[in-house]
Design a protein around this ligand. Structure first.
Ligand code: BG6
Length: 471
């Protein structure tokens, strides 16, 4: 709604930026680090791997100094599980432990609040080899042991923790679970089994964090695209509702309410994908609610009904990375009202306000926006600095919607842009940049990896300085 006036951001609002270990650090085989599923995946050779990335492992002091100069109040990063436990369990790698101690100390002395993601896609390959990874219940113990080790080691300085990044995406991306066979339906079934085990593991990590970290706060970091019904046809409205339950709410409903929502459960049962488990799992989830909801927001999607016809049957799915058409339920269609990034992600700042309000209404937990950003193809100009006005516009509009949601009563902990320096994109290598700071390398030419401040760096610096008054 349009309000008469707009209240400012609170003084304790965490203005942050985010990254993930495998996308930022590089040093993929240094100082005893073990392989993760991201290191061993087979990928398009035209895209860079994670061997060097933005070389944050060797540049972290410089990067933190830049964060301090920008005025960041928080930095969200993930810990590479295989730097701490190269085999996923068993022996600790002291050099890996030392790296994160140094990084955390550097942040704390720069006055930047660390927000740590325990697991962001880079699952230990050794656990897949040992027992099938997340498909096996042993994975729950190993995750909780690893998380508890982090709480004991860093919990004196780290008070904000995130359990799992984008679990709702991981379960649909077989290679991130270490799965290699070709049967996509079977992979979906296994993905939902992994989902269940991750939910139990995440809830036990909430418990451990509350027991070990004095004043610790912990929550999930899901991906939450806004979905809209494409038309005012009632069947599109129904398809939208189904899609919200089975694409968007299902992980949070398990994390926060300790339940499979009705539509999601029926969806799984109809497809023989509802996992077998002991009812005590749901008690664990119910008893260990997160303290906040972390979510990544990039885009919205438009949803239409997709009724069964003579060529389709229940269980048929078409994928575009994630399920795109679910026979008998919904399909994602292009939203002609929105512009999109070069990768077709529909740009929708209003959608962010909608998501904030929906999540607040459903769960009544404070929100931490763990990622939001604009990916673009960028090259450093011959003269002057990189004028990334599109990014500034994107972030300004999205932040304005956060401010509006706040004015309507939604509680926020903070907001992290994706990303601070350029890092390797999840699917598009170094050709898709998100940072305020340009990293001088290309897909396969490492150049000097020098850091250069883009125009958006100064915009964010000013935004933080005036606590979002310009938004
Ligand atoms: C989120 C992930 O899905 O989106 C990040 O948590 C990822 O790891 C980000 O990098 C942006 O996606 P992409 O594919 O543009 O890098």
């Amino acid at each position: 709604m349009q309000c008469k006036s707009i209240k400012p951001f609170p003084d304790n609002f965490l203005w942050g930026s985010a990254s993930a270990s495998f996308q930022a650090e590089g040093a993929a085989h240094e100082d005893g680090k073990g392989d993760s599923v991201m290191d061993v995946r087979v990928q398009d050779p035209s895209i860079c791997n994670y061997e060097v990335a933005a070389d944050h492992y060797h540049h972290y002091k410089e990067d933190v100094a830049l964060m301090k100069e920008c005025g960041l109040k928080a930095y969200r990063f993930s810990i590479a599980w295989t730097r701490i436990f190269p085999n996923g369990n068993g022996e600790v790698n002291e050099k890996g432990v030392a790296f994160y101690n140094d990084l955390i100390n550097e942040l704390v002395s720069a006055g930047i609040t660390p927000i740590v993601t325990i697991y962001h896609f880079d699952y230990p390959q050794a656990l897949v080899d040992q027992y099938g990874g997340w498909l096996n219940r042993k994975s729950i113990d190993d995750y909780v042991n690893y998380a508890s080790f982090l709480f004991r080691t860093y919990g004196d300085r780290v008070k904000y923790w995130l359990t799992v990044n984008e679990q709702d995406h991981v379960v649909h991306m077989p290679f991130r679970l270490g799965l290699t066979d070709d049967d996509r339906h079977e992979k979906e079934r296994l993905g939902f089994l992994a989902n269940h085990n991750m939910c139990v593991a995440g809830s036990l990590a909430v418990k451990a964090c509350h027991e070990i970290v004095e004043g610790g706060k912990i929550g999930p970091a899901v991906c939450f695209d806004m979905l809209y019904p494409t038309s005012n046809k009632p069947e599109d409205g129904l398809a939208w509702m189904d899609a919200m339950d089975i694409r968007n709410y299902y992980v949070l409903d398990m994390n926060v309410r300790g339940e499979y929502n009705g539509a999601f459960r029926r969806y799984l049962e109809d497809r023989n994908m509802y996992p077998e488990f002991d009812p005590s799992d749901m008690e664990i989830m119910k008893a260990n609610k997160p303290d906040f909801i972390g979510f990544n927001y990039y885009a919205s999607k438009s949803i239409s009904a997709y009724p069964l016809n003579e060529n389709t049957k229940i269980g048929d799915i078409e994928f575009k990375l994630l399920p795109d058409k679910e026979a008998g339920i919904y399909q994602v269609v292009k939203n002609t009202n929105l512009n999109a990034t070069l990768w077709g992600w529909e740009i929708d700042d209003t959608g962010l306000q909608c998501v904030c309000r929906l999540l607040w209404d459903r769960y009544h937990l404070p929100l931490l926006i763990t990622e939001n950003g604009f990916g673009n193809k960028e090259t450093w100009p011959e003269e002057g600095i990189l004028q990334d006005d599109d990014r500034i516009d994107f972030l300004t509009r999205h932040l304005h919607n956060v401010k509006e949601a706040m004015n309507l009563g939604v509680e926020f902990i903070g907001y992290c842009t994706w990303s601070f320096t350029d890092i390797v994109s999840g699917h598009s290598g170094f050709s898709k940049r998100y940072g305020f700071v340009y990293v001088n390398r290309t897909e396969h030419d490492l150049r000097d990896l020098a850091r250069r401040k883009k125009k958006s760096f100064y915009w964010y610096q000013e935004t933080i300085r005036n606590n979002g008054e310009n938004i």
